[in-house]
Ligand binder design. Structure first.
Ligand code: COA
Length: 366
């Protein structure tokens, strides 16, 4: 039997949903380059592709959009739950709780695409409701005239977003919709392999996504940008962290040992939108200095800028508050999770790896 810490190098499933080639810096969704999809297709089109294994024709797309619009509204019991949660509950915990509460018998095994559509459609409304409540703002109901990403922004700000902002956030949504056998996706597949319901699987994924080493990095990147503040402070700040053995948020990836294609695509999109804004210049300067210092302190480790770094750039360009970064990541990745749950259920075998016991062995019974 083989043991590798963190299951590195172990193939845990066969999938047609997506493929990450970390060595080549490639990301494929159902036979398409993720980068191209992010530039040429909308969130709904790519979600359809991920669930159905083909891009939609115009009728299928229109039907999906209509279905999603119908499923955005929050049932009153979900509003009651949120209104009774302690004000200091983190938004990922609120999301996990509300998604869990949605899991009535209509979500029982086996999982379906319709369940996936329902969970994907309602997630942004839960996030936006809690965000506005925590900030003392009134709830903004979904806008029937807006598609998924634009409506998400609308429910947060109360304003119909500009085309540039929608383009930028849509690119982020598409580029983070799926990413192979990462911790949260693996969690859904494990739960689903017990023939538990889709809601339980998604709750496990949200729990995994909440951890700072997985989905929490963009907030860490923004904190870092704010702490560094100016060009002069970049090198001393990064050096101090590396001297103390700390990790720099937004750099490094378990799989990509070359450029992260998602970071590259988001860098292009944010360059188009942010142009020569001062904060964006600082982001580029911090990237350059950090990469140089990582080569110095961690020679041969192949650490590059990851998706979270430029996700922070996109979110800053559209003024999305840092508190919403991980929930927003969740709002896109839920498509990938649900597709994996569907795939797992179609050809299931319960996960049951072994463990290597390193404890004491009691004396043999006499
Ligand atoms: N800053 C500084 N050093 C880093 C680093 C970072 N962001 N990422 C990796 N390293 C170093 C580690 O300290 C380690 O050095 P060592 O060999 O001297 O001990 C080496 O690179 C390998 O690190 P390891 O943690 O084993 O890599 P991993 O592949 O298991 O981890 C991450 C990947 C993502 C967990 C890690 O890079 C990280 O914590 N990054 C910051 C958080 C982040 O941006 N997460 C979002 C990912 S999309």
């Amino acid at each position: 039997m083989t043991y590798t810490k963190g299951l590195e190098g172990i193939v845990a499933a066969e999938t047609k949903v997506g493929h990450v080639d970390g060595g080549k810096g490639q990301l494929i969704y159902r036979g398409h380059w993720a980068k191209d999809l992010a530039i040429h297709y909308t969130f709904e089109e790519v979600a359809y592709l991920i669930w159905h294994d083909s891009l939609p024709n115009s009728k299928e797309l229109a039907e999906l959009k209509e279905r999603m619009k119908k499923e955005r509204k929050l049932p009153s019991y979900i509003l009651t739950i949120m209104d009774n949660l302690p004000q200091n509950t983190e938004s990922m915990s609120v999301l996990r709780t509300c998604i869990s509460a949605l899991g009535d018998s209509s979500y029982s095994w086996p999982p379906t695409i319709d369940q996936a559509i329902k969970l994907t459609s309602i997630t942004p409304t839960i996030i936006a409701y809690w965000f506005r409540k925590q900030n003392g703002l009134d709830y903004i109901a979904p806008n029937e005239n807006l598609d998924h990403v634009a409506n998400y922004m609308y429910m947060i700000t109360g304003e119909v977003p500009t085309q540039n902002s929608v383009k930028s956030l849509s690119a982020y949504f598409v580029l983070t919709i799926e990413h192979g056998m990462n911790a949260s996706t693996f969690s859904s597949r494990v739960v689903s392999s017990t023939e538990s319901d889709m809601v339980s699987a998604i709750c496990a994924s949200i729990g995994a996504m909440k951890g700072p080493l997985h989905g929490g990095a963009p907030s860490g990147v923004i904190d870092m940008l704010e702490e560094i503040g100016s060009e002069d402070n970049i090198e001393p700040w990064v050096r101090e962290k590396l001297e103390n053995g700390q990790k720099i948020m937004g750099f490094g990836h378990r799989v990509y040992k070359t450029h992260d294609p998602r970071a590259e695509a988001l860098k292009v999109v944010s360059e188009q939108i942010a142009g020569s804004d001062n904060w964006f210049k600082l982001i580029l300067q911090i990237e350059e200095v950090t990469l140089k210092l990582l080569r110095e302190y961690k020679p041969g480790r192949e650490i590059y800028t990851n998706v979270e770094y430029f996700a922070a750039a996109v979110m800053k360009s559209i003024n999305l508050p840092a508190d919403l970064f991980t929930p927003t990541f969740t709002a896109s990745r839920i498509v990938g999770w649900t597709a994996h749950v569907l795939e797992q259920s179609a050809d299931n075998r319960i996960y049951r790896p072994e463990s290597h016991y390193t404890g004491l062995i009691p004396e043999a019974v006499k």
